[in-house]
Design a protein around this ligand. Sequence first.
Ligand code: 13P
Length: 342
Amino acid sequence: MNKQLLKDTIQQLFADNKGLLAMDESNPTCNKRFAKLGIPQTLALRCAYREMIVTTPGLHESIGGAILFDETIRQHLKDGTPFIKVLTDQGIIPGIKVDIGAKDMAGHPGEKITEGLDGLRNRLKEYAEMGLRFAKWRAVITIGDDIPTTACIEANTHALARYAALCQEVDIVPIVEPEVLMSGTHSLKRCYEVTEQVLKMLFYHLYQFNVDLEGIILKPNMVMAGTESEVQNSIDEVAKATIKCLLSSVPATVPAIAFLSGGQSPEDASAHLNAMHTNFKNSLPWILSFSFARAIQQPALDVWKGQQSNVIEAQKLLYQRAKFDATARQGKYKEEMEKTTV
Ligand code: 13P
């Protein structure tokens, strides 16, 4: 393991207030999002959509790294240039999602376990040779009646630690993503308790597996009430609970935290990140940034609709959303900005 290389990759990913763009939707997830908008679910259109994203002018101003899916790293522009090269030429580091999905956990109704460890060492070797310098593995924790169970949290965080150790073996920075889902009727307090329990268990396993904490990126959820909860909290309350929870469970040696958006509106995701910076800027030991998928892509996807004629308009929206999030990383985002074009 080249510890310095891991550290350098992380600093480069988040330099100049940048964040990450998650564009690593698996084919079923990407197809689901296309289907909702009546876009045909074909290989060609998935490729065209990703081409729209990677050729967005100025994307590199706010995005330091893009997480891709196995299908996408092998695709190229219509002119034959590989997507990986298009990104690298702009100074955007390409990364790769390496888990193979959250599957039903046996004996645990309503809970999931993420799979993909078998053969991972060889896959990572290939990815490293292709120039991919960071990876992602997403674990999913659901809040409900009597869940999550300790078994589910244990199994998922144990797998995250095994994955992280394998990544570091080949100098790939692991993004460690234990996502506590937003769906449910639970309160912010319950989300806090579960997120804290998950993170504490995660860092216990990372320690057990000799993972170098200075060579990982944590990708957590924000701490907020479930989407079906009758009580929703203010932007400042979410920011406060999230920072308190992270300070209590994430070691200061971790260099960077980059949030997932989890189904929040793009505006809320920007506002929450912004409030964390404006309200807590002097007590953050880590880089605090974003690694959003839906909160960056959704407005662009809604406009693109699978039509070449909409590409320029969609790219403007993608550029703008990424810019707002980079602005939020500096605590300079304001709601009024939503009415302007950048
Ligand atoms: P969202 O921002 O849409 O939650 O996606 C982040 C991600 O990469 C999930 O694994």
